[in-house]
Design a protein around this ligand. Structure first.
Ligand code: AMP
Length: 573
């Protein structure tokens, strides 16, 4: 339907959302029935004895909750070319690669047209609510989007990251047009073979269309921060290109060169203007609205592992509004941001009850031997935390996503979720338990000490070092300049003291966990890590810095350890 649409009727989108969320329980029941009807003949469901039943009770009684590991051999058969109904009624022809930052290697998950449909539904829903508050005019979007390399699996299926599969679909283009959100850059830039060349050209295209840019976006906010950090370094070169009408030699890809040559003409006035505007800035504060004065907001996922980039993003944004984007994964979308006025730290996601069947494992009672039974979408309680379990239209049944969310409230009868963190613990040696969120809070506290030195943390990660006795936490920091050893020592002490988990505190006091170590990295280390993930088939659009690097993630650990320029041990305890 969306494909033929030229302009979206936003009021209608909102009405549909309102009516669907009024009886989310019934919509969930119907959605599960539809999924099980379409896929009733799948080997997986048959073997588990579902016998064509489509009701919630039978589904829960026969189908166990699973993780990716449990499904790996089924997915392997699909990627190897077995087109019999294995997980789905209709054969799967496309595979998505999840960003795989947690495990160090991408996971394969089935992808199909229904996932594209739900992606478009999510995009349109949040856009309708956003545009009601902050309408954009006709124009373009400066979107830092990148496709990953696509390849064929052994069985001949197309494989790429979920964002790549979406960007390649015809529906994506038509929906973006209908949402007045067409990218400034030609396709050759988005699908270019080299991320660094694509990034440079996204910036260039944005500058060429500077008056038309209505908003600046990316899938994850990290890409926006990275883009404007790069802008600081290549501004002169971009201005030269615009002044002379000749594209920099750094762009080697012939298809990108040809596509850009159609847009680039000598324009010395524009080059002077950019130069003049930038030279009026103090430390690049407010860069984005200075370059794109007609932009209404900045849009991208800013929650979860993106929160650490908010400070820098706000710096570039000046007084331009930040709107946090929707919540989903390669395994399927979950919720749309229908409260665009909330600041990113408070962003919530209203679950769309027709895009999958959702269950929630209560974490309140977790910790015992028996895991509490999951509750349904409309049974969750405000203020409580849950792990999400997804059943989708692409062959995942009761799949544990591994994300922890908190119920912030309800929109009609569907919950509005706040993303908390990944469920797996990052840092644990004995009785200590620290999550990604705990690490982020510790880094935020210590970064305040660094800010007194007029420096900032560019990016960070962590590692549990068990090669020492006792083992200890290692925090890796890339910072944007040099500073005194005393200041870094202070930062290290603050980091150590900021892990307030009782298990950590007591272990530290009796030296069952050794002093925390802060290792400072050479500039550019996290760029090398990003390049490493891109080499594995990952995409910048889905990149999330791994916040903890385990011993199995050898290459990344080596990159980190070979880039250390200074090491400090805590004396906080
Ligand atoms: P991927 O593996 O690339 O499909 O990434 C999916 C994961 O990214 C999710 O399971 C979440 O952990 C994270 N994620 C996606 N959307 C959001 C969001 N809006 N806020 C926080 N984290 C998110």
């Amino acid at each position: 339907m969306l494909e033929k649409m030229s302009v979206i009727n936003l009021e209608r989108v909102i009405e549909d959302f309102e009516s669907m969320t009024r009886d989310a329980e019934m919509v969930q029941r119907e959605t599960l029935r539809k999924i099980l009807e379409e896929n009733g003949n799948a080997e997986y469901l048959m073997n588990l004895g579902l016998g064509g039943r489509t009701d919630i009770q039978s589904f829960k009684a026969h189908i166990p909750m699973v993780t990716h590991g449990d499904l790996e051999h089924y997915i392997q058969r699909i990627t190897d070319g077995d087109s019999s109904p294995i997980l789905t009624g209709k054969p799967i022809t496309i595979i998505s690669l999840s960003s795989g930052t947690t495990q160090g290697k991408p996971k394969y998950v089935p992808f199909n047209d229904e996932l594209i449909d739900s992606t478009m539904q999510i995009y349109c829903t949040s856009f309708a609510f956003r545009n009601r508050e902050y309408p954009i005019g006709c124009g373009k979007a400066l979107q830092f989007v990148y496709s990953s390399k696509q390849f064929k699996t052994k069985g001949g299926l197309d494989a790429g990251t979920a964002t790549t599969n979406v960007f390649r679909s015809s529906q994506y283009k038509s929906t973006m047009r209908a949402m007045q959100s067409q990218c400034c850059s030609p396709d050759e830039v988005i699908f270019g073979p080299d991320f660094h060349q694509s990034l440079y050209c996204h910036l260039l295209c944005g500058l060429l269309f500077w008056e038309e840019v209505q908003f600046v976006a990316s899938t994850f906010a990290h890409s926006i921060v990275d883009a404007f950090r790069t802008f600081e370094l290549v501004m002169e070169e971009l201005c030269d290109d615009i002044r002379t009408g000749v594209l920099s030699n750094r762009i080697a890809d012939p298809s990108i060169r040809e596509a850009i040559s159609k847009l680039l003409r000598p324009n010395p006035q524009l080059a002077d203007l950019i130069h003049e505007k930038c030279s009026g800035l103090i430390n690049w504060y407010g860069l984005i609205p200075t370059l794109f004065p007609n932009a209404k907001y900045i849009y991208g996922i800013m929650t979860g592992s993106m929160e650490p980039y908010l400070g820098k993003l706000r710096h570039y944004a000046g007084d331009l509004l930040l709107v946090s984007a929707d919540y989903g994964s390669s395994e399927g979308w979950i919720g749309a941001n229908v409260n665009p006025k909330l600041p990113p730290e408070q962003a919530t996601f209203a679950v769309l009850p027709n895009i999958g069947y959702f269950e929630f494992i209560p974490l309140k009672e977790a910790g015992g031997d028996v895991e509490p039974a999951p509750v349904d979408l409309t049974e969750v309680e405000v203020g409580e935390e849950y792990e999400i379990v997804i059943t989708n239209f692409a062959g995942l049944y009761r799949y544990r996503l591994g994300d922890v969310v908190k119920v912030a409230g309800f929109h009609n009868s569907t919950p509005e979720l706040r993303f908390i963190c990944r469920r797996n613990l990052l840092l644990t040696i004995n009785i200590d338990k620290n999550t990604e969120k705990d690490l982020q809070l510790a880094v935020e506290s210590a970064a305040k000490v660094l800010a007194e030195e007029k420096l900032e943390v560019v990016d960070f990660t962590s590692h549990v070092d068990l090669s020492t006795d006792p083992g200890h936490y290692v925090i890796f920091w890339e910072i944007n300049g040099e500073t005194r050893d005393e200041a870094l020592k202070d930062c290290c002490n603050v980091l150590d003291r900021s892990f307030v988990d009782a298990g950590y505190l007591s272990s530290r006091k009796v030296n069952a966990i050794g002093p925390l170590e802060l290792r400072v990295l050479r500039r550019g280390t996290f760029k090398r890590i990003l390049d490493h993930y891109l080499g594995l088939g990952g995409a910048v659009s889905q990149f999330k810095t791994p916040r903890c690097v385990g011993p199995s993630n050898n290459t990344v650990l080596q990159i980190l350890c070979s880039s250390v320029v200074g090491s400090y041990f805590s004396s906080a305890f």
